[in-house]
Write a protein that binds this ligand. Structure first.
Ligand SMILES: NC(=O)c1ccc[n+]([C@@H]2O[C@H](COP(=O)([O-])OP(=O)(O)OC[C@H]3O[C@@H](n4cnc5c(N)ncnc54)[C@H](O)[C@@H]3O)[C@@H](O)[C@H]2O)c1
Length: 174
């Protein structure tokens, strides 16, 4: 018997039931989902990792989509449960998806999304600014906006070589 999981509900009259297995940062995502007719149920347990049984209990009989964490094991068991609950989408609250069996999701007709890296801004892309920018781009898969008096061609070449990152140069007149 799985202990009942505590949740908070947003936009209770929303047409689509979306479950988040953990609190989300800020309220931007909550507002976005509520504005798109979603009833959002957010797990407020203090545990860092929910068990598969715990997530099954959250999905229940009817669930359109789940927002999960990289600490969770998203494989056949959870994706088939989500399909039975008429779900169609799973979003991983992480840049990657090592914890997700994408083939199992595809077999069950569940679309998988992840959370793309954010954008870092650098003012002065010299030695320190460029080194910092490279660490954020390579390590955290972030996009880059930089301000400088001059174009940082070596840094730009590095970003272009990474292919998956975006770059914006804003010439500075400060
Ligand atoms: N590198 C070090 O070991 C070190 C150690 C301690 C402190 N600092 C200080 O940190 C700062 C940065 O060091 P760095 O080694 O990266 O310098 P750097 O000269 O390699 O880079 C500075 C960058 O800032 C840009 N810049 C200058 N004025 C600007 C403006 N008005 N608007 C936008 N961009 C502007 C320059 O074009 C250059 O690309 C410096 O003030 C330096 O004195 C550096």
């Amino acid at each position: 018997m799985v202990k009942p999981i505590t949740i908070e509900v947003w936009n209770p009259s929303g047409k689509y039931r979306v479950v988040s297995t953990k609190s989300m940062p800020g309220t931007r995502w909550i507002r976005l989902l509520a504005d798109n007719d979603c009833r959002l149920e957010i797990c407020t347990e203090n545990k860092t990792i929910l068990s598969v049984d715990g997530i099954l209990a959250l999905i229940g009989d009817r669930c359109d989509a789940v927002i999960g964490q990289l600490t969770e094991d998203w494989g056949e068991v959870l994706f088939s449960a989500l399909k039975r609950a008429c779900g169609t989408a799973f979003s991983n609250m992480a840049v990657g998806y090592n914890n997700v069996d994408v083939e199992a999701a595809t077999r069950n007709g569940i679309a998988v999304g992840n959370t793309p890296g954010q954008t870092v801004g650098v003012i002065g892309a010299g030695r320190i600014g460029s080194a910092y920018g490279r660490m954020m781009i390579e390590g955290f898969k972030m996009n880059l906006i930089y301000y400088d008096l001059y174009q940082a061609t070596r840094l730009e070449k590095f970003v272009t070589g990474m292919q998956s990152n975006e770059l914006l140069y804003i010439p500075s007149s400060i």
